[in-house]
Design a protein around this ligand. Structure first.
Ligand code: BGC
Length: 402
């Protein structure tokens, strides 16, 4: 009897010990280390968010940059699927927005001008004659306040920044909050919110360059892409939308059925020539403000799959056309043209000058709030695209699909 009792206690102890160590291993957590100092002496930290499956995202509070994101392939092997640098200096010098939060306005505003409430605002011009990604010192180049959040379903980091009235030419003190959550379902969720003390325009996005075969491991042309959009916004030579919402059907911009990114990228089509590849905003199907699938990417050699879900009305699909082999990233990898792709969920470019586009105006006393989720999984073969119940017409425009 005594021996049996002892045996049971021993068994119980073993189970508890194993259980505890398993829980410790399987628990989502955040660690923090110093990453470097900006030129004006501000300390920058790197936060490692790890979820219960050992997937991790590293984020710095300079630019809110996701510097690395390790997700499994179909055999469980983790690899880093975003382009980035090993050190802060490279980010300080960088002009490619690798992994950064973009604001106040993602993408371009024509000639850096817009009129709001009868007042014309002049913004910093940093892309030919246009304003790009918030100007000379956008949200990608500032130091954010960071705070680790306790969440039940993963690991989270809150970043806040006060953009002063007049910064880069924009009106209003804009108080911005971005929460990154790496969930235990292998999703990187980005929640953006902002308030202002004066009417202004806001359009925040995330500029990660993905390569699901692993960063630096070749180009992204064989990745297979589905975009839940029946239209896109063609641009002029300066990448400013003309105002047209062109149907994708019958063009190389039709990704409504999964298609290799490289299948049509070199076709003789005006918009591909102008953008040196894909560098365009897609008009997402479904109702803006509701979380719906915007895109899905499948990488056949590793089986990695990424879905993008968003509340935003548009998404910029950019194929790293301006990467040219002059950047050396993590692990000494050289980033050649088309070594990464971006899916930047957003309002359409130049909305402040296009009354027919969904408005990007944020009124004093109201709150800006958008969500985008990058969901990672694997598959042996490419599953059929699920266009979902929300697929349909953008903004209530009746689209017969023809
Ligand atoms: C823009 C490109 C630009 C790139 C910079 C994209 O969002 O649409 O034109 O070159 O960002 O990294």
């Amino acid at each position: 009897m005594k021996t049996r009792c002892r045996f049971l206690i021993l068994l119980l102890l073993t189970l508890v010990t194993f259980g505890l160590s398993f829980a410790a291993r399987g628990q989502a957590r955040v660690t923090k280390e110093r990453f470097g100092d900006t030129l004006d002496g501000k300390g920058v930290d790197i936060y490692t968010l790890t979820n219960s499956h050992g997937v991790d995202a590293r984020i710095i509070n300079y630019g809110g940059i996701v510097t690395s994101l390790k997700v499994p392939d179909r055999n469980g092997k983790l690899d880093d699927v975003v382009l980035g640098f090993d050190n802060l200096d490279a980010y300080l010098k960088g002009r490619t927005y690798l992994g950064a939060i973009i604001g106040r306005y993602g993408n371009r505003i024509a000639k850096g001008r817009f009129t709001l409430n009868g007042v014309e605002y002049k913004l910093a011009v940093n892309n030919g004659e246009n304003h790009l990604h918030g100007g000379i010192k956008g949200f990608d180049k500032v130091v954010w306040n960071a705070r680790v959040l306790k969440v039940p379903n993963g690991a989270a980091l809150e970043l806040t920044y006060l953009s002063k009235d007049g910064e880069e030419g924009y009106p209003g003190n804009l108080s911005v909050k971005v929460i990154y959550t790496l969930t235990n379902a292998n999703e990187l969720k980005v929640d953006y919110s902002a308030t202002t003390d004066k009417d202004t325009v806001v359009n925040l996005t995330q500029h990660s360059y993905f390569n699901l075969a692993g960063q630096g491991n070749g180009d992204i042309l064989n990745h297979r892409l589905f975009i839940n959009a029946a239209r896109f916004t063609p641009t002029d030579a300066g990448s400013i939308p003309t105002g047209e919402l062109r149907r994708v059907r019958g063009t190389p911009f039709d990704f409504t059925r999964p298609t290799a990114i490289g299948a049509r990228i070199n076709q003789d089509y005006d918009q591909l020539k102008l953008g040196k590849g894909y560098d365009h905003n897609f008009v997402l199907n479904g109702r803006m403000g509701t979380l719906r699938q915007a895109a899905r990417v499948y990488e056949p050699t590793t089986g990695r799959m990424m879905e993008v879900w968003t509340t935003e009305p548009g998404m910029q699909f950019y194929t790293g056309n301006f990467l040219d082999g002059t950047l050396t990233g993590k692990d000494g990898k050289v980033y050649q043209q088309r070594y990464g792709f971006c899916l930047e969920t957003q309002h359409y470019p130049d909305s402040p000058n296009k009354p027919s586009f969904p408005t990007a105006v944020l009124r004093k006393g109201t709150r800006y709030h958008t969500t985008t989720t990058f969901r990672f999984s694997t598959s042996k073969s490419e599953p059929p695209a699920d266009r979902g119940p929300q697929a349909g017409s953008p903004l209530g425009v009746v689209d017969a699909g023809g």
